[in-house]
Ligand binder design. Structure first.
Ligand code: SIN
Length: 299
């Protein structure tokens, strides 16, 4: 079998297929289970400085080719999550804490108070007032938040970028200037669904973020642009449901990928993807390193 080990974003990973933020990361037990099922690393649900209940329901709706969510960043706060991270670590894979705040100061306070193997800065949630993309769509905010967390943390810092912008590379460059060890692309696309019988928007928050198959081509393009323009690694996420999607993301330039919505199919997805990826590399006589960014080197 081809080796799938990779050093990406300051972490040594057994394989490049990670659990994305927000899907199962609400308890240490579910994170550990994803790790034991073969994920190369696991990302927690986004954690803030105080407990939040999130938006009123409905918070998730299935739409064509994906899921629309407006959870509203519900979380118990980072102060009540350290024990869950310790449980997750028993899965033997890096645990990356997704964190959010409304300012560089709030982000760095969380990074100082929480112990994880890396931080992923949520500068991209498209539906939470004062958080996520409300900061992350401005390059100067991305740079200052990243710089503040880098100064506060002694572990790698990844920055999750929003695709709801005209130029994602501008945001990636800002993260790089701030000292990020990697960028993660993409978070959900701002979207909406309306019930035609009642005439009301379906989500309690009216609009939310679209994930799943529908957004994969957008994610591939973003990863391609970022990988071409940045010196730091790009972690690809958005609509990955198979080993073929994973190969496509790596061809676009991703050093690793994250799987989210496809977890609806169960924990077996990690093994399914890693086995398929290893067989593909063997069949093509390529290493992961040789595969990465190959599409950008084709003339
Ligand atoms: C949420 O918890 O509201 C989703 C997080 C995100 O979209 O970043």
């Amino acid at each position: 079998m081809s080796s799938l080990t990779v050093h990406a974003g300051g972490l040594d990973l057994q394989n490049p297929v990670l659990l994305a933020a927000g899907i199962l990361g609400t308890t240490g037990a579910s994170l550990r289970r994803a790790a034991l099922a073969g994920a190369g690393g696991v990302v927690t649900k986004s954690l803030g400085s105080v407990p939040r209940e999130g938006h009123h329901g409905p918070t998730v709706v299935a739409v064509e080719c994906g899921l629309l969510n407006a959870m509203g960043l519900p979380n118990p706060s980072y102060r009540n999550f350290q024990e869950e991270i310790e449980i997750a670590r028993k899965g033997g894979r890096p645990v990356i804490a997704s964190i959010f705040g409304s300012s560089a100061r709030e982000f760095s306070q969380i990074a100082r108070g929480l112990k994880a193997d890396a931080f992923e800065l949520n500068l991209s949630c498209p539906h939470a007032e004062k958080y996520g993309s409300e900061l992350g769509r401005y390059p100067e905010m991305v740079e200052s938040v990243t710089g503040a967390v880098k100064a506060a943390a002694d572990v790698p810092v990844w920055v999750k970028l929003t695709p709801n912008t005209a130029d994602i590379l501008e945001l990636g460059l800002a993260a790089q200037r701030g000292g990020a060890d990697a960028v993660v692309a993409i978070n959900t696309l701002k979207a909406m669904a309306i019930d035609i019988e009642t005439g009301y928007p379906i989500l309690g928050n009216r609009f939310g973020g679209l994930s799943g198959r529908a957004i994969k081509p957008v994610a591939v393009r973003c990863v391609y642009d970022l990988a071409a323009g940045l010196d730091i690694p790009v972690i690809g996420v958005g609509g990955i449901t198979s080993w073929e999607d994973t190969v496509e993301m790596i061809l676009a330039g991703a050093s690793a990928v994250q799987v989210g919505t496809a977890l609806q199919r169960g924990y077996g997805i990690f093994e399914e993807i890693t086995v398929g990826l290893a067989r593909y590399l063997e069949r093509k006589s390529l290493t992961l390193e040789e595969l990465r960014g190959l599409a950008g080197r084709r003339s």
